[in-house]
Design a protein. Structure first.
Length: 279
């Protein structure tokens, strides 16, 4: 329903500074904030300051700014600027929480102007990660449109480089990739799994173990094909480690298929499934 133009919209009169413990998050907030996004918001606050006060009702309930609150806690802030909206009904508050989040998503970008702004910041050696764009997005936005190098040819047409004589990654190396961790190691080794997960649990485990003797593997990999009759015993350590790190309500996927040889279908995959069930 359109309101007459003569009615002045409600406007906040002042910004107040409240203790962070006084603020109450909305229990039914449908908007989610990943750990990576919270880290980005925290980095933005550290760089630019707390530029956008939280919106709250007279009972200290948050109407807008849940992500900023989480980032502030991560930074150890004890007070936050707030604007009190005391003119909304309970129904309007619930609607506004959705509206505030949804309207922000409806905006778009002028890609040409965006690229120009990013290029200008890059020329001044500014840290572009603070703009909130991922490395992949920045690479695409800053790419030279006139660049005709053959980087875009299909993957299948590109030659596979030779393995380096001195590899960058060696067994035991643990890589941290943002919130992710990648370990170069043997999944049958308990210490390796314990080091990778520490106290965390896996919600989903997806495995793709090597087949038994129906496929040839590069001898330089050091992997020795497992005879079908020894496969269940060989896989036991893998299963034990999965059981150790899998959450109680987690899911486990075993990706392996049977094969036939000499007119007889190999039974080692069925044996492996039965061993899982029995254990």
């Amino acid at each position: 329903m359109n309101k007459p133009a003569s009615i002045t919209p409600a406007m906040a009169k002042q910004i107040e500074l409240w203790p962070i413990d006084r603020l109450v998050p909305y229990a039914r907030n449908a908007r989610t904030h990943s750990a990576a996004q919270i880290a980005q918001i925290a980095a933005s606050i550290a760089e630019f300051g707390f530029t956008a006060p939280l919106l709250v009702d007279s009972g200290a309930g948050i109407l807008a700014g849940h992500g900023r609150l989480l980032a502030a806690r991560q930074l150890g802030l004890t007070e936050l600027p707030v604007i009190v909206l005391d003119h909304l009904s309970d129904t309007q508050k619930r609607a506004y929480i959705l509206c505030d989040n949804r309207l922000a998503l409806a905006a778009g970008w002028n890609d040409e102007l965006l690229a120009e702004e990013l290029a200008a910041l890059e020329a001044e050696e500014y840290d572009l990660s603070l703009t909130g764009f991922s490395a992949q997005e920045l690479e695409a936005l800053l790419a030279d449109p006139d660049d005709t190098t053959p980087d875009s040819e299909p993957e299948s047409a590109q030659a596979v480089p030779e393995a380096p004589v001195d590899p960058v990654t060696r067994p035991g190396d643990l890589w941290r990739i943002g919130p992710h961790r990648l370990l170069c190691g043997d999944c049958r080794e308990f210490r390796a799994m314990a080091r990778l997960f520490e106290t965390a649990k896996a919600n989903v485990v997806i495995t793709s173990p090597p087949y038994a003797t129906q496929r040839e593997y590069d001898p330089s990999s050091g992997f020795r094909p497992i005879p079908p009759e020894e496969y269940v015993a060989w896989y036991r350590d893998v299963a034990a480690n999965i059981q150790t790190i899998l959450a109680g309500d987690g899911s486990y996927f075993l990706n392996i298929k049977e094969h036939a040889a000499g007119g007889q279908r190999s039974l080692y995959v069925k044996d492996l499934v039965l061993a899982h069930v029995r254990q």
